[in-house]
Design a protein around this ligand. Structure first.
Ligand SMILES: [Zn+2]
Length: 349
């Protein structure tokens, strides 16, 4: 008989958690259902359960630590190392047990027991929108190729009797394992016939303020099943079309505006395009190159509300490459008036 600590590959003062972890690892790897017909795996699996059953019980562990295997025998264990049940131990660690046998184990391997019936299928489409459409909200008509009910008879799938799922029951040494899979005869729908592929026009009401990455689900507008309860959904992913000069950041809009240097010095009132039409913007006197001005509330509409983001205008000052003779003469005169001045300062990044 091997040493229990050796079987679980832990040291003598392993904590309860460490024991559990070690057992879990061995049990997972050597479970008979994963190793059908492998006698060696089965014996490792049983051995680990035995070792864990003793070491996880503080009283038994103490006896074992003091007297070894014989200590447990003397303590009146019936049938040598009996007194434990492999399945109980396994379930106590993996959280299974109960009615249909082997819940914990089944869940561990990802075959959910509560599967909802498959629908006829969701459809996905990408919808490109301009910033103006997003700002105002828009109704779009799109052609979608999808399954629709055709009024013809549908036949209940003979393989799954219309349930859409197949239950495969396996016997194992630890009880029954029920595997539920979508029926391969009817693709999990339960019926055959009754629908056909067809092109339909669907109206999509796009709310204001959506952005790339947002999506909308239209219930029942995917593939139709033989009855409404099986209709799939249509999922619409929005995609923003790049605007000619607006840049969107969340609900704010950014725009660059180039002005002449006399406007920068004297100040001005200019017309600025926004998503809600042209508005007038006051350029303050002595505006700096690259200065950012704000039009409050002139950005994108917020998706859940009536308010809007802001629009920001970065002012740049145009230094012309060529000017008219008259401008030239006026600037010469201006230079005499203003005088020429040069100063230096440290560059501060
Ligand atoms: Zn079927």
């Amino acid at each position: 008989m091997r040493d229990y600590y050796e079987i679980l590959n832990v040291d003598k003062n392993a904590s309860e958690q460490e024991l559990k972890k070690a057992y879990r690892k061995i049990a997972m790897k050597n479970h008979p259902d994963r190793n059908p017909g492998d006698k060696n795996a089965e014996s490792i699996f049983k051995e680990a359960a035995e070792a864990y059953s003793v070491l996880s019980d503080s009283q038994k562990r103490q006896q074992y630590d003091t007297f070894g295997h014989s200590g447990l025998n003397q303590a009146g264990q019936s049938g040598g190392f009996g007194g434990f049940n492999v399945e109980d131990i396994f379930n106590s660690v993996f959280g299974g047990g109960g009615g249909s046998g082997f819940g914990g184990f089944e869940d561990l391997f990802g075959s959910s027991r509560s599967r909802t019936k498959k629908t006829a299928g969701d459809l996905k489409l990408k919808l490109k929108l301009s910033l103006d459409e997003i700002y105002n909200g828009v109704t779009k008509k799109v052609r979608v190729k999808r399954k629709v009910r055709n009024g013809k008879e549908s036949i209940k799938c003979s393989k799954c009797q219309g349930s859409g799922e197949l239950r495969i029951v396996q016997r194992s040494m630890l009880g029954q394992i029920v595997n539920v899979q979508p029926c391969n005869n009817c693709s999990g729908i339960g019926y055959i016939g009754g629908t056909e592929l067809s092109s339909s026009t669907i109206e999509i009401n796009v709310p204001s303020g959506v952005s790339s990455g947002n999506y909308m689900t239209m219930k029942g507008k995917g593939n139709e099943g033989v009855d409404e309860s099986l209709d799939g959904n249509l999922i619409i992913y929005f995609e923003e079309i790049e605007h000619e000069f607006f840049t969107r950041n969340d609900n704010d809009i950014y725009l660059e505006s180039e002005i002449e240097y006399h406007q920068a010095i004297l100040g001005d009132s200019i017309e600025v395009p926004t998503l809600s039409g042209n508005v007038s913007l006051k350029i303050p006197k002595s505006v700096k190159n690259q200065q950012i001005l704000r039009l409050r509330g002139k950005g994108m509409k917020k998706i859940n509300g009536n308010s809007c983001g802001d629009q920001y205008i970065r002012v740049t000052i145009n230094i012309p490459k060529t000017i008219s003779r008259k401008s030239h003469d006026l600037l010469i005169e201006l230079s005499k008036e203003m005088g020429s001045r040069v100063s230096f300062k440290k560059i501060n990044e």
